[in-house]
Ligand binder design. Sequence first.
Ligand code: APR
Ligand code: ZN
Ligand code: ZN
Length: 360
Amino acid sequence: MKAAVLYEVNKPLVIEDVSLPKPGPREVLIRTAVAGLCHSDLHFMEGLYPHPLPAVLGHESAGIVEQVGSDVTYVKPGDHVVTCLSVFCGTCDNCSTGRTVLCTDTTVKMLPGVSDRMQWSKPEKLHQFLNLSSFAEQMLVHENAIVKIRKEMPLDLAALIGCGVITGYGAVVNTAKVTAGETVAVIGCGGVGMAAINGAQIAGAGRIIAIDTNPAKLQLATKLGATDIINPADGDVVKQVRDLTNGGVHHSFEVLGRKETAEQAFAMLASGGTATIVGMIPFGQKIELHGFDFLRERRIQGSSMGSNHFRVDMPRLVDFYLRGRLHLEDWISAKLKLSEINEGFANMKAGKTLRSVIVF
Ligand code: APR
Ligand code: ZN
Ligand code: ZN
């Protein structure tokens, strides 16, 4: 099969011939239908986050089950599935208390350099990425890294649910647990931020403020549920939010991954408000807060993959889409071939696209 390989940071991906072995007892071989390009892939391509190389990136995908291992009962060949990088064991302390995204059991995860399953003709090891490696025509994954979905769901939109949608929606619904009437601000309206906005609308938020430097993104945010929009070009973002909300929001979401915007998220809170950091702030970077704000019971927390329980959340998101409550139809800006993948990342960097997807 063909796969897009990252050999070095800040270098284009290269299409190579790669193969996968037969599934192990709890593994599932999937024919990749669609893979979304997510900003997190770009963070790794730019070296902002470390990963052993060469590797096949990609972690937002949907496909069709081709073959299952001897112990797999959850799916059968022909089933449509969404993948999820937060593979879980189901029995460690975190899984047992419901926090499956924080699963600590490394035996279900592909450890780079230890349990990678991809093979090729070159002597160096080819590393799998986040238990998935979706920029490839096939994926070999643990059965607890997939969720079965209804066949009516278009696979291109299903792929988006696997990372961007669950990450933004889950941050609002699962991590922050936004309740009806609360005020919400979302900084960064890319794919993930849009899902946070749409999630806030589903949760019944009273006011949803979209913040982005790109006017086109702000326009789309309004369609997805934003009640107010703010462009940092129009002046101090924190002041603009405070003016709109009579002093600050109940919930802010940083969906960009930068120190300055994480600090803004905390500073725009009302007393008692909570900032949820979704974006991947460059590895090793610290953020600064005013200690006094803790006396006002302002909180700040992280959210990983929308604190998902993906076997529950993904089918719900599919239903939300099919019932017209999750507006994924506006998400896909471009459908590309695997050979056009570098073009897709260039467009992401230039801020031209909401989501580009590779259709296999
Ligand atoms: N203030 C507000 N918005 C900004 C700013 C800024 N200073 N600078 C850029 N933006 C906007 C861009 O215009 C774009 O719409 O942030 C958005 C980022 O969107 P994408 O590049 O599409 O990123 P996305 O895939 O949504 O991921 C966002 O979430 O999961 C993490 O790793 C991911 O850190 C990344 C973040
Ligand atoms: Zn576990
Ligand atoms: Zn992602």
